[in-house]
Design a protein around this ligand. Structure first.
Ligand SMILES: *Cc1c(COP(=O)(O)O)cnc(C)c1O
Length: 221
């Protein structure tokens, strides 16, 4: 392994350790998801060689093309879907991913409710909250979150593990992280997928259990 190729990963790890210390949290309470979307195997291999085992992709087809071979060669690798999922790809998604961070519509819940028992694998599910109420962005509106989470559980039998958010690019992220944490808490959800390259330390301060970091590890896309 060439240390130069993984200095991004090392720097992110250092920053996670620092943020955990400051928030008086255990390092083990935060999972780093290395977001490898758009990067080819040759860019991913050094990060795997450095010991990173949790990766995020935003498209089913891209992940399907890249990951089966990488995964066979690196046992224990976990793959998370962090991008939008079409209902007609639910079956493929649950066969490939260990976690889905973008549950946000009842039609998708219905598809997952059928696909999950059939696939026989455990897949961790996160409901995406559109905290900025941006019309172009996926996710459930904050005021609809409680009812949606209840429907996931009761109507579709989906065990929801936590919430995910992507704050608007032009706003301070902290209020969005705080709102997501508040909705999770009142719904008894222990996991929070929040924080990207620019703001993962802030997300850790607000209780993130999963940070999704791409460019700070792999470079610009
Ligand atoms: C691309 C992406 C990330 C990673 O973004 P960076 O700014 O490169 O760290 C995180 N979350 C989601 C949902 C993404 O699509």
């Amino acid at each position: 392994m060439n240390p130069v190729e993984t200095h991004g990963l090392a720097a992110v790890e250092q920053e996670i350790v620092r943020a955990c210390k400051e928030a008086r949290r255990e390092r083990a309470s935060v999972t780093l998801i290395a977001v490898s979307k758009t990067f080819e195997a040759e860019a991913i291999l050094p990060v795997l060689a450095a010991g990173q085992r949790v990766f995020g992709e935003n498209r089913v087809q891209e992940a399907k093309a890249k990951w089966p071979a990488l995964r066979d060669a690196h046992p224990g690798t976990e793959l998370h879907l962090i991008g939008p999922l079409q209902s007609n790809k639910a079956k493929e998604a649950v066969a490939l991913f260990d976690a889905i961070h973008s549950v946000d519509r009842e039609s998708l819940c219905e598809a997952l409710g059928k696909a999950l028992p059939a696939c026989g694998r455990a897949v961790e599910l996160f409901v995406q909250i559109n905290t900025g109420e941006e019309p172009q962005k996926a996710g459930v509106a904050p005021q609809d979150a409680d009812a949606f989470i209840a429907a996931c559980r009761e109507r579709y039998g989906l065990p929801i593990a936590g919430l995910m958010c992507i704050p608007p690019v032009d706003e301070a992220p902290a209020p969005h992280f705080a709102l997501t944490a508040k909705i999770a808490k009142r719904n008894g959800l222990p996991k929070l997928s929040m924080g990207m390259s620019a703001d993962f330390a802030t997300a850790i301060e607000f209780g993130a259990t999963h940070v999704r970091v791409g460019s700070a590890i792999f470079g610009h896309r």
